[in-house]
Design a protein around this ligand. Sequence first.
Ligand code: HEC
Ligand code: HEC
Ligand code: HEC
Length: 141
Amino acid sequence: MQSLIRRTLMSRMLLVWSLVLAATFVYTRPAMAEYGDVVINNYSDAAGMRPVVFAHWFHRVRFTCKVCHADLGFKFKAGGNQINMLKIIDGKYCGACHNGSIAWSVSNCNLCHSGKPGTPTQVHESTLQELATPAKATVTK
Ligand code: HEC
Ligand code: HEC
Ligand code: HEC
């Protein structure tokens, strides 16, 4: 009897903990940028938007280099592409995919403009420096 009660309590606690953990994963990502992320800030700060954080690895595991660096014409240089919203909405650069069909659309401003204001264009080389501000926007198609 005693051990049955103890076991029931244990599994309750495990359940509670797994819920807490799940919630943590869902709601606190991404407080930090990952190694290799590219911060793009040629125009954002000046335009009153947060700098763009481009998660390179996140994209590299999904597409071959050729898709972006040959077909879409992204130059191999952080900040080297003079990207702006007109071009994106026109289907160029990020807009080739972030169009509501291949990936969520351009209306999710905060998902791309997620950097800390004032962060210069760079390839992010620290796993510790806080870079992104947690932007939990609801994703809309
Ligand atoms: C898919 C990613 C993405 C989304 C979504 C996005 N942007 Fe951008 N945006 C960029 C990139 C990349 C740049 C170039 C950043 C730079 O060089 O500073 C940029 C630049 C800008 C600029 C400065 C250049 C210009 O065109 O005037 C403004 C202002 C801007 N975005 C506003 C917005 C607003 C408002 C939204 C939501 C309606 C939005 N962006 C959504 C990626 C995005
Ligand atoms: C989804 C599109 C995409 C894919 C796929 C992709 N890249 Fe990139 N890459 C970018 C963008 C965007 C930038 C930043 C350009 C800018 O700031 O204007 C970049 C920047 C770079 C840079 C310069 C910055 C740095 O990290 O030194 C290199 C090098 C690079 N990419 C190599 C690669 C290689 C190698 C692959 C394949 C393994 C690859 N990329 C796949 C979009 C992509
Ligand atoms: C070749 C297609 C492609 C291009 C080009 C592309 N993306 Fe994406 N991106 C995707 C896909 C697919 C996802 C995953 C969408 C999903 O999970 O629904 C994604 C997700 C993201 C995310 C969320 C990453 C995360 O950790 O959840 C951000 C931020 C982002 N893209 C920004 C950009 C910016 C900024 C550019 C341009 C510099 C860009 N993307 C160019 C296809 C692309």
